[in-house]
Design a protein around this ligand. Structure first.
Ligand code: UDP
Length: 299
């Protein structure tokens, strides 16, 4: 059974459907130690982070303290409790504007903003602890997490919402027009291309990673994407098809830090973990997100 440790600053208790839930902050070493003592975990999935890109630029100190020092606290606690295996959620944004697409894990890291810089620093901490021999890690560089559980009962809900698919669903449902950030990028239709990957596939990748590490496999760094890119206009079309409604949008200036194309090279994920996306199609991701969106609104 999982044990959830979360400060619920942005996570939702209602999404914790299985196992024990402990409210706590990874910056609080005593709280971490108490949680490890009471639950005796066998491995750690580390997803705790501040993720809002624009907030990071306004408030770098809090991002550094949660994403970097929080990770260090967690690693030190793991070592103190003799727990060696950790799977860490990083981001494809650590590559910055890549020289080559699809982006392989061997590409150099060149984070463009505070958020991705804190993730790159946290990766560095994991690598350091792994070199000491104190831990073994799986680092996942997520591309664009999308979709929702197919039942429509767990999904994406941020406040404020900044992500494209939920914002497009809101616009289709009568909310304000979607702001489309830039239509003159060097891409076929002028809008940014991203590699959207279903949240259930991301969850499955974590199970594969745990099995790999707990069976004695080596530390690894792997991209989590589908290897296929979709432009903002393609996402808008997919939302229009799934909802049967039009998505009003207005073209706005480019968003700071956005790069034209981010698509993952997925070779290492397949080869090292046997990872294959079960829901690789944008249509399905959008349909599941729409199901969740409607459920959430009717609550
Ligand atoms: N985007 C947009 N309008 C929005 C939200 C996002 O045009 O309201 C664009 C954004 O500029 C990027 C793409 O959609 O090119 C995906 O953005 P998102 O915030 O979902 O994920 P990111 O790529 O930033 O992790």
């Amino acid at each position: 059974m999982p044990i959830v440790f979360d400060d619920f600053s942005s996570g939702h208790r209602s999404a914790c459907k299985w196992g024990e839930v402990i409210a706590g902050d990874i910056r609080d070493k005593a709280a971490l130690r108490a949680a490890f003592t009471s639950t005796n975990p066998v491995a750690v999935l580390h997803l705790a982070a501040r993720i809002e890109v624009e907030e990071a630029e306004r408030n770098p100190t809090v991002f550094d303290s949660v994403n970097v020092h929080g990770t260090e606290n967690l690693l030190q606690t793991m070592v103190a409790f003799n727990i060696s295996n950790i799977v860490f959620s990083s981001t494809g944004a650590v590559y910055g504007a890549p020289k080559q697409v699809p982006i392989s894990e061997k590409s150099s890291l060149a984070p463009k903003g505070i958020y991705s810089a804190t993730k790159a620093k946290a990766e560095g901490l994991l690598q350091k602890f792994a070199q000491d021999g104190s831990i073994r890690h799986g680092i996942f560089r997520y591309f664009n997490a999308a979709g929702a559980h197919p039942d429509g009962d767990i999904g994406e809900e941020h406040n404020p919402e900044t992500h494209l698919i939920p914002n497009a669903l809101a616009a289709a449902s009568g909310g304000s027009a979607l702001q489309l950030f830039g239509d003159d990028y060097s891409t076929p239709d002028g809008t940014c291309i991203r590699d959207y990957v279903h949240v259930c596939d991301i969850a499955n990748a974590h199970i594969l990673a745990l099995l790999h590490l707990m069976q004695g496999g080596d530390s690894f760094v792997v991209n989590i994407g589908t290897g296929m890119g979709s432009s903002v206009l393609e996402v808008i079309n997919a939302v229009e098809r799934a909802t049967g409604k039009s998505v009003p949008y207005s073209v706005c200036p480019k968003r700071a830090g956005d790069v034209p194309i981010l698509v993952a090279d997925t070779h290492d994920g397949k080869q090292k973990l046997g990872f294959h996306a079960e829901f690789p199609k944008l249509e399905q991701m959008v349909e599941h997100a729409w199901k969740y969106y409607q459920n959430a609104k009717s609550r």
